[in-house]
Design a protein around this ligand. Structure first.
Ligand code: TMP
Ligand code: ASP
Length: 235
């Protein structure tokens, strides 16, 4: 499939038009950003790692009945994906309290939550991706009531599938962010990516961080952590 012009460049990926008008090529970048791109970095090979990790996880989810935008991988850091209209919401699911949840509500860092917490954030860089509730979403016309229910249900289902997959690989799925899009027929498809850029993984025994928090917190060893996640996923 021939790569045509660049349509959109995000923080972690570039989207290109291709010869099929219903499809796009998604290229995973080596760039790393945090805190709404106030902190920037680059890790050679990160794009390849995230593409491989995300491909594997999307296939796993497809096998478990979750519809996704993934069609195929066409190179080490490129996927062929279905064209969708992205719903401008980040669906965050948390199993263990850390990150912004701890800052916002004062819950103890590392506390295992009694149930999977689902949160919605409005994707708007100028506003700093604020936390929103269902009524905010209706007010802003982001999604209908039934779509919001569907997004939260999908978030929980993805969590159930991924949590047990990672538990078998000695990784705690602490929390993660997913995005969804709508295809031409209005079907909601899991889109974007699932990778150590968009998830938190802690080693089951040592609680060592194996995700983008290594970059956010300046801990070093970013690439080694992503490689370790891929190695365990392949097992
Ligand atoms: P948070 O604790 O900073 O709100 O992050 C929750 C989860 O969402 C964590 O797994 C990282 C992921 N995330 C993103 O993928 N993109 C973002 O812009 C943010 C803020 C978090
Ligand atoms: N992805 C966001 C950014 O680049 C924030 C984050 O993941 O911490 O700014």
């Amino acid at each position: 499939m021939k790569k045509l012009e660049l349509l959109y460049e995000g923080k972690g990926k570039r989207l290109y038009r291709c010869e099929d008008e219903d499809l796009l090529i998604s290229e995973f970048k080596d760039d790393l950003t945090a805190f709404n791109a106030q902190k920037r970095g680059n890790e050679e090979g990160k794009g390849v790692l995230n593409c491989q990790i995300s491909t594997k996880l999307f296939r796993l989810l497809e096998e478990n009945g979750i519809k996704t935008h993934l069609v195929d991988t066409i190179s080490q850091n490129e996927q062929l994906v279905k064209k969708v209209d992205i719903i401008p919401l980040e669906v965050v699911v948390r199993n263990i309290a850390t990150g912004s949840l701890v800052k916002r509500l004062g819950i103890e860092d590392g506390k295992v939550l009694p149930f999977a917490l689902v949160e919605l954030y409005y994707k708007d860089d100028d506003l700093g991706d604020p936390l929103v509730n269902d009524e905010h979403c209706l007010l802003l016309d982001i999604a209908s009531e039934s779509e919001l229910e569907e997004l939260k249900r999908l978030g929980r289902e993805i969590n159930t599938i991924l949590k047990s997959f990672f538990a078998k690989r000695d990784l705690k799925l602490v929390d993660f962010k997913v995005e969804f899009g709508k295809d031409r027929d209005g079907n909601i498809l899991l889109s974007d990516e699932i990778s150590p850029d968009s998830c938190r993984f802690w080693d089951a025994k040592s609680d060592e961080k194996l995700d983008k928090d290594r970059f956010r917190q300046g801990l070093g060893g970013v690439k080694m952590a992503y490689e370790e996640v891929l190695r365990r996923i392949k097992n």
